[in-house]
Write a protein that binds this ligand. Structure first.
Ligand code: SF4
Length: 329
């Protein structure tokens, strides 16, 4: 049986878990290709215009998997991974949106409801119903998840050593160790952004590699401990409703306080409601901390040259300020 997994949204956080799980059940896993302009165009045509760019991209990936003739497409309904917090509503409505708007998708989407108290979503009870659709036993589901959980934990531990989600995936799934960064100019940037924005090269235009090629070190929220991210929000009267937005904001506040972080870049996709709130909070607080902060808002038409110029100017400003301070000291 061929199970399609779109290379979009939480693919960048849970793929090692899902791939291992399905493979242990004896399925063949098919992932869609990297996001291209053509794929984005197809996604745009299949989406309502006001929806955010990452969902348009997701639609493009689902269409590609449908064209590839997979038996099922795995698109879980991500509800909650924290008590009293939820995923952005677009995640919760995603299976319905896809099933009723993309021709041929209705019978093919597998959508277990994911509700958990932590980032670990490998509780077998969440997947038993889906197992029945696939014709496997509860025992098969349990045993496959047990192996998948180990792989995912290894993936997360590796990320927390300072590797990007893509590097950690390559390491746990292919045994490939990341290459060492060639140059280091002594500048570290805290990069705020959802994994599906930061690691999709069409959305972020390869921002991690661009920064590293300039000799800049990069820190993202998945490289940090979840408890620490949560603690960073203790001063707020209440948390935001959306867990991944809380993770981003927690990382942002850590970056503001951490003297090892020289500046913050927030990558956000056009049409994201939660990000407009986070961006504003960071804009206000970064002034108070005197830390350079820049927002990169990407839409369907953002040009690469424009992005490169902005990043270079931002890094250059930080580098000059830093080297001037060192000389004066
Ligand atoms: S958090 Fe923002 S970018 Fe992500 S799905 Fe929701 S609206 Fe879209």
């Amino acid at each position: 049986m061929r199970i399609g997994i779109p290379r979009a949204l939480l693919y960048y956080y849970y793929y090692p878990l899902w791939k291992t799980f399905f493979e242990k059940l004896g399925c063949e896993v098919v992932i869609s290709g990297k996001t291209t302009i053509d794929l984005l165009d197809k996604g745009i045509k299949a989406s309502v215009s006001e929806i955010c760019v990452p969902i348009k991209i997701l639609n493009g990936h689902v269409l590609e998997l449908l064209e590839a003739g997979v038996d099922y497409i795995f698109l879980p309904r991500m509800m909650s991974i924290r008590k009293g917090q939820f995923f952005c509503p677009k995640f919760m409505g995603l299976p319905d949106m896809v099933r009723y708007s993309l021709p041929g998708a209705k019978e093919k989407v597998l959508f277990p409801n994911i509700k958990s108290l932590s980032d670990d979503i490998s509780d077998e009870k969440l997947y038993y119903d889906m197992g029945k659709t696939l014709g496997v036993t509860d025992k098969d589901v349990r045993e496959s998840l047990s192996g998948a959980r180990k792989v995912w934990n290894k993936f997360r531990s590796f990320s927390k050593k300072g590797y990007t989600a893509l590097e950690a995936m390559e390491y746990v799934l292919e045994g490939k160790l990341p290459e060492k960064q060639a140059e280091d100019i002594g500048v570290t940037i805290g990069l705020m952004g959802y994994v599906y924005d930061v690691y999709d090269d069409l959305v972020s235009m390869g921002i991690v590699d661009r920064l590293r090629n300039m000799g800049v070190k990069v820190m993202t929220f998945e490289m940090m401990d979840e408890t620490m991210l949560d603690r960073e929000l203790d001063h707020m009267k209440k948390r935001l409703f959306w867990t991944f937005s809380n993770k981003l904001l927690g990382a942002g506040y850590r970056f503001l306080k951490d003297e090892g972080i020289d500046g913050i870049i927030h990558v956000t996709a056009f049409g994201c409601g939660p990000d407009s709130l986070i961006g504003k909070l960071m804009e206000i607080d970064s002034e108070e901390y005197g830390k350079p902060f820049m927002t990169i808002r990407v839409d369907e038409h953002t040009g690469e040259n424009h992005l490169q110029t902005r990043i270079e100017a931002f890094v250059d400003m930080i580098y000059r300020k830093k080297t001037k301070c060192i000389k004066e000291a």
